[in-house]
Design a protein around this ligand. Structure first.
Ligand code: ZN
Length: 129
């Protein structure tokens, strides 16, 4: 059981509010309360990731009908969230996904989360004249 963790950025040992099982969780909790510059930047990124995840719910889940879109499956919503996490960790610069209804999801994380859903163009232009 851990009641304190180490901020990985500045090395400060901080007591945490809740007792956790692993050192890893304790260090993560310390990182979320430390006031050093790097930790605060990290916290801002985490907050942006959380609001990005909410935004994915809004643009692709049940509520997206309000914006004139068709909801996608829960599994697809979960995969989009997973991909946003990968972007936040620096794994992908940008993820573009073609969805079953023909719309496109664009996920980016460049210090802040950016989520877009685009409708496909109804008009197709032929390449031949
Ligand atoms: Zn720190």
């Amino acid at each position: 059981m851990y009641l304190s963790g180490t901020c990985e950025f500045c090395g400060q040992i901080l007591s945490i509010d809740e007792e956790v099982e692993t050192k890893r969780e304790a260090d993560e909790a310390a990182k979320m309360i430390c006031r050093c510059r790097e930790a605060m930047e990290y916290q801002a990124r985490q907050r942006s990731l959380e609001s990005g995840i909410e935004r994915i719910e809004e643009l692709f889940g049940e509520r997206c009908e309000e914006y004139g879109f068709n909801p996608v499956s829960e599994e697809t919503v979960a995969r989009l969230k997973e991909n946003l996490r990968v972007c936040a960790e620096g794994g992908f610069r940008k993820v573009t996904v073609s969805l079953e209804d023909g719309s496109t999801a664009v996920l980016k994380f460049d210090d802040i989360a950016e989520i877009e859903r685009k409708k496909s163009s109804k008009v197709k232009l032929s390449g031949k004249v």
